[in-house]
Structure formats: C-alpha cells, structure tokens
Design a protein around this ligand. Structure first.
Ligand code: SF4
Length: 310
C-alpha cells in the first residue's frame, strides 16, 4: 500500500505558540495555570498540558483571584477580557496573532461606521471572540444563500471579514454573493484565511489526486481539520476525519492502493506517526511525502514570557 503524507500538515505557528505559552507559564509561575477553554482544539494536546499542571475552565468566574490565566489561541470577546480584569487575574493572551489581526480589522471597519458581515461558523470560539471584539453591528453568515436574507441599515456602508480557518473556495462564493448584492462592500477578499489553512487545503487537494482514501488527523471540533476532510471528499475520494490511530477502521483502507494522510493545524505530529504505525500493522506500506511548501512562520511570545525558554 502506498502511503502519502501531505506537506505541510499538522501544527501551525499559532498552535505551536499557544502550547509553548502554557508550557512556559507553568515553568515560570508553577502549576496550576488556568486556561480558558481548550487551548487548541485537540484532546491529546489538552491532556498533555493538563498532566503538566494546566487547568482548563469554561468561565472566568471559575478561576480563583490572582491565578495566572491564559486565553486560548481562538481569542476571546472584550467582555471576557474585562471580566478577567475585574477579577484581578493576571492574563497571558495566547490568541493567535492572525486572529487578533481580524479583530483589529473588524473594529477598524466598524470605526468607519460600517456594518460588518462576518463569514464564519456559528458557535466556534473564534467567531464568539471576533463578534465580541467589534463595537457595532455584526451579521454572521456562512453560506452564499444567506446573503439575500441580510437586513442592513445602509447597503453602501458595509464591510466583510472572515474566520481564519474557512475553506478558501466556499468563502470566495460567499464573497461573490456579497459583492453582487452590495457592490460597494469592502473587505480583505480571502486574505483573512490564514497561511496555514490555505497551505494545508492546497496540499490536501493535491494529495486527493494521488490516492484512493484520505485520512485527516484532527479533532471533530477543529474547523480547519473538517475543511481538509471536505476538500478531499470534494475531489472525489473517500475521506475520513479521525482523532487518532485508534479511530481507523481497517475496512476503509483494505482495498486502497494509495492512502493519503494529512493533519489539521492543531494535531500533533506523533498522532500521524501512530497512524502510520497502525497502517503498517494492516499492510506492507511504501511511505512518501508530497513536495510542498516549507513554513517558516513563527510568532513572538507575549512579553510576560519572552524571558523564558521551554
Ligand atoms: S490555524 Fe491559522 S489562525 Fe488558527 S492558530 Fe493556526 S495560524 Fe493562527
């Protein structure tokens, strides 16, 4: 069986930074360190950090006064930040700088008196954070069909922004529908979709052309991992999103001559290694890696942790 690995796959710079922030904070301040929400969408990452001394909570009010608090890579609403301030919590912000960039962009458009159309998925923490960062009216949509139903105050005073982990093609279709109905709308095109998402989607599409089955390693609640599975499926191959090697059903691959593997931006490399080992138990494999872009993006640590190393 040919097994082909997508390149790039797995951790992005925002996820690496968020994990490193938690590790460095535990080292500097000692456990426990409180983290609001899953630091990134991956159970394995969360469990590993929990074992080191991170405590994950849903609400700021669960954190005892004075305890070091980390905001997750997905970002938080201003009200959460304010609440943490009221409770006197020393906060370290692990929001991915590319999510923060969208927050700033949204607020800049709102300051121009524009209503904001946010393209993204309801209920995702990044969307809750972004909506809660913009002072002004925000409409959330995810499909082109929703554009016709939008009720806006002034059709000539609009801007759109997007979630960072959307499908580039699907987002383009929504933007086109927006521009058709509101020709003067302004926005960043698909540039809010981050480099890591775009690179992994391009690689997944290429991978799907070479194999019969694509396995995407990632969490069920990971937006970018779900998009990778959809992109491979749209290319016409069977495609499965699995959390780890244990979730692999041998029937999926037993008749395949080529199996492709990719991983979402929050999936650790060892999960891919374990999946390869599992495939080796099922069949003799010939492993190759797609030629693809090498990512050199690295984000700076927050000032509180810039003097530490992990
Ligand atoms: S997927 Fe993109 S936006 Fe999200 S953490 Fe990674 S680099 Fe940042």
């Amino acid at each position: 069986m040919r097994v082909v690995l997508a390149q790039p796959r797995g951790f992005c710079a925002g996820v690496e930074r968020a994990i490193e922030i938690v590790e460095r904070a535990i080292e500097k301040y000692g456990p426990p360190i409180y983290v609001r929400h899953e630091i990134v969408h991956n159970r394995h990452v969360v469990e590993r950090l929990r074992a080191k001394g991170a405590l994950f909570v849903d609400e700021i009010d669960e954190i005892p006064p004075g305890a070091v608090t980390i905001f997750s890579a997905h970002g938080v609403a201003s009200a959460i930040e304010q609440r943490a301030g009221e409770r006197g919590l020393p906060v370290i912000d692990a929001t991915c700088p590319l999510v923060s960039k969208v927050h700033i962009e949204g607020q800049r458009y709102a300051n121009q008196g524009r209503e904001i159309i946010l393209i993204g998925h309801a209920g995702h923490p990044e969307i809750e954070g972004t909506m809660g960062r913009i002072n002004g009216r925000v409409h959330l949509i995810s499909q082109p069909e929703e554009v016709a139903r939008l009720k806006v105050v002034d059709p000539d005073k609009l801007a759109f922004i997007t979630q960072t982990t959307l499908s580039v093609d699907d987002t383009r279709a929504v933007i086109e529908a927006l521009k058709e109905r509101f020709p003067t709308i302004v926005g960043p095109d698909t540039k809010d979709i981050c480099y890591a998402t775009q690179n992994r989607q391009r690689a997944a599409r290429e991978l799907a052309r070479m194999v019969d089955v694509v396995l995407v390693v990632g969490a069920p609640n990971s937006s970018n991992s779900n998009r990778l599975r959809e992109i491979a499926a749209e290319s016409g191959v069977a495609s499965y999103l699995i959390e780890d090697a244990c979730a692999l059903d041998p029937n999926w691959v037993k008749d395949a001559s080529g199996v492709g593997i990719t991983a979402g931006a929050s999936a650790p490399a060892e999960l891919v290694e374990e999946l390869i080992a599992r495939l080796r138990e099922i069949a003799e494999i010939e492993l190759s890696v797609l030629a693809g872009v090498t990512e050199n993006v690295r984000f700076r640590m927050p000032s509180q942790l810039s003097d530490t190393s992990s």
